[in-house]
Design a protein. Structure first.
Length: 582
């Protein structure tokens, strides 16, 4: 909402919400930083976002609605799809004839209002609400959908009994019919749609002795989503195989495939893995959101000094950048973000991936196909003949790929890749195990980024301060004095802060966040190739020795980065320990 600063100032002073001196100081700062008066007042905690919204709505003559205790009819609520509601902070709460009342944080977002008007074919009446009301209403999507899905699953599973109760072995033709049966299609569609709305990263469908368990991985943690009758197992797996174009009658060997779903809001690719298990076949589906873009290193959780270190290296024309960490630690997202930074008309960027997780404009992306002999190593050989400036290799898995990637970096290319190791320093011995000579490593490696993902605390959280015993416990894992100075240097804390005065937070369960966490952010460590580190590599030093030297030279470890994010209230110390301390 746009309200004239002079009008806002008059209403603030008339209402006694703020003193004349505070307004004057904020006006000067706003002029200096080229920001609005409202932005400065909110950033300095002189007034809250919701208070500003109420005031602006009053000035503009827009009605304000409080929906904290409102139970909204699901038919009305679903007139605006959940992803649109969350992205644009808008919900439908009342329908009268051909009029739809919508509550939003910015009633002057005309583009969104026009979109909903066309989608619903109704006259839209915008109303202002606050963040708490909006969060309470958004929660109703999840509850309503779970109830709705539960009824569908139960109903369709009953119908399915007639079709699938044919004993253990079902022939190919029966499986095909089963996969095309309406109850099976509805159950699978429900599972997929629910996973998309829950922002899950993986779906696990696990056959058990007496039931089928569906689980979703949300923010790195697996949650039981639904329990399905045992008789649905064959049909669900058959339907997934049909979608992913896999062999229906192959039950003895693992199979991998892929399919795509397009919703009005986004495109989602599903990477499918089918594995024979004791009670049948287990399916795991990885969700890859194709619209995921616009990341920056800062938004991924890199500290300002780490961003500077990474930017210095990736701007060089040659060398190798490695991103390491376990499966699901965000390595590919970091690589794509770096590629996005480097992507310009002056360079030719080519990738060899398994699979292609996000499609990017102006980047030549190639998918490996091991079943026909098109592997990372064979693909990389062809890739260097395509005149690339920058090459991304999805993963260094074997000696041949490692050797080819190193050679590509030696012959005038910038090479980006990933490696499965637990720390940045651990990558050196891992590459040596792949028969890469130390002198080639010191000639090509530029930086190694190691990372993990930690869950972010929700807005409602429990504040506390570290006790002496807690500080002493942390001292066993990290140099607390050095870390305190680093935090001051990174402007994470104030210059006069000490460990006893820094506020930390614990998760607090709420109606919106069942376990007190929502979404994730990266914690990182960046190992730069200094002369001393290169000498250690040449002398076949251990990963511990390399890490010790890197710390002396100022490397911030993942655990230290995590503690900094805990001091900022982004995550909790418990979450950092869970992710970094095996």
């Amino acid at each position: 909402m746009k309200v004239d600063s002079k009008q806002l100032k008059l209403f603030l002073l008339d209402g006694g919400l703020i003193s004349a001196e505070e307004v004057e100081a904020a006006e000067k700062k706003a002029e200096k930083e080229k920001k609005s008066l409202a932005e400065i007042l909110v950033s300095e905690n002189k007034i809250t976002d919701d208070e500003i919204r109420r005031l602006q709505a009053y000035i503009l003559g827009i009605p304000f609605v409080n929906l904290k205790d409102e139970k909204i009819d699901f038919k009305v609520l679903s007139l605006i799809p959940e992803p649109i509601a969350r992205t644009h902070n808008i919900v439908a709460y009342r329908k009268n004839g051909n009029e739809l009342e919508v509550a939003m944080l910015d009633p002057q977002d005309l583009e969104t209002i026009d979109f909903i008007k066309k989608k619903s074919n109704l006259k839209i009446l915008p109303r202002l609400t606050d963040m708490k009301s909006l969060r309470k209403v958004l929660l109703q999507y999840q509850k309503s959908l779970q109830a709705e899905f539960g009824d569908i699953i139960q109903k369709e599973a009953e119908t399915l009994k007639i079709v699938s109760d044919k004993g253990e072995e079902i022939n190919k033709e029966d499986l095909k019919k089963l996969a095309e049966d309406v109850p099976v299609i509805r159950i699978v569609d429900t599972l997929l749609r629910h996973a998309i709305l829950q922002r899950a990263s993986d779906i696990h469908i696990e056959p058990m002795e007496d039931k089928v368990l569906a689980r979703y991985r949300i923010d790195g943690i697996l949650h039981d989503a639904m329990t399905l009758p045992k008789n649905t197992a064959a049909g669900i797996i058959a339907r997934i195989k049909v979608l992913a174009k896999l062999k229906l009658d192959e039950k003895r060997l693992p199979q991998d495939g892929r399919f795509k779903i397009e919703t009005p809001e986004e495109r989602v690719s599903f990477r499918v893995s089918i594995l024979p298990v004791y009670n049948g076949e287990k399916a795991v589906l990885r969700l890859l959101r194709e619209g995921a873009k616009g990341f920056s290193l800062e938004s991924l959780g890199f500290l300002p000094s780490q961003v500077e270190e990474a930017q210095d290296v990736i701007k060089k024309p040659t060398g190798m950048v490695l991103v390491t960490g376990p499966t699901g630690s965000g390595k590919t997202t970091t690589l794509y973000t770096i590629l996005d930074i480097l992507n310009s008309p002056e360079v030719n960027i080519s990738t060899i991936e398994d699979p292609i997780e996000y499609q990017m404009q102006r980047i030549n992306q190639t998918q490996v196909k091991p079943d026909i002999g098109f592997t990372f190593s064979s693909g990389l050989r062809s890739l260097v003949r395509q005149d690339p400036d920058i090459i991304m290799v999805g993963e260094i898995r074997d000696n041949e790929t490692a050797s080819l990637a190193i050679n590509a970096a030696l012959t005038g290319h910038m090479v980006l890749s990933t490696l499965h190791t637990n720390s940045a320093a651990g990558s050196i011995p891992r590459l040596m195990d792949m028969k890469v000579e130390p002198f080639l490593l010191v000639s090509t490696l530029s930086i190694i980024i190691a990372q993990r993902l930690v869950r972010k605390l929700c807005l409602e959280k429990e504040k506390y301060f570290l006790s002496k015993s807690q500080i002493e416990n942390l001292k066993r894992s990290v140099d607390m004095d050095k870390l305190l100075e680093t935090m001051k240097k990174e402007k994470v804390i104030k210059p006069k802060d000490s460990w006893s005065s820094i506020a930390f937070y614990k998760p607090k369960a709420s109606s919106e966040c069942a376990d007190g966490y929502k979404s994730r952010i990266g914690i990182h460590e960046i190992l730069k190739m200094s002369e001393t580190i290169k000498n250690l590599i040449m002398s076949h030093a251990t990963s511990d020795e390399i890490e010790k030297q890197a710390k002396k030279e100022g490397m911030i470890t993942m655990f230290e980065d995590g503690l900094m994010k805990a001091a900022q209230g982004i995550t909790s110390i418990e979450e950092v320990l869970r992710v970094t301390k095996e």
